[in-house]
Design a protein around this ligand. Structure first.
Ligand SMILES: [Zn+2]
Length: 76
């Protein structure tokens, strides 16, 4: 069993499958029963049912919630 990850708006996730444009990374625009995500490279938006979305995600790249991330990137 995988631990439950809480996704929130603004999170960036890495997908298992590569988008035709070559990108693996998507930004979460909406959470709920369905997730709406946007490809970071080409900007295409896709709606996915939550179970399908969770199966497609390989990793959470960037969390929009500061407490959820232990590593902080302070380079400016
Ligand atoms: Zn794309």
């Amino acid at each position: 069993m995988m631990p439950t990850v809480r996704y929130s708006l603004g999170d960036v996730v890495r997908m298992k499958k590569q988008h035709p444009c070559g990108s693996f990374e998507w930004e979460i625009l909406r959470v709920g029963m369905d997730f709406r995500i946007r490809c970071l490279k080409c900007g295409r938006m896709v709606m996915l049912p939550r179970p399908k979305f969770e199966k497609s995600v390989k990793a959470l790249v960037k969390s929009a919630i500061p407490e959820a991330t232990t590593v902080q990137n302070s380079s400016q």
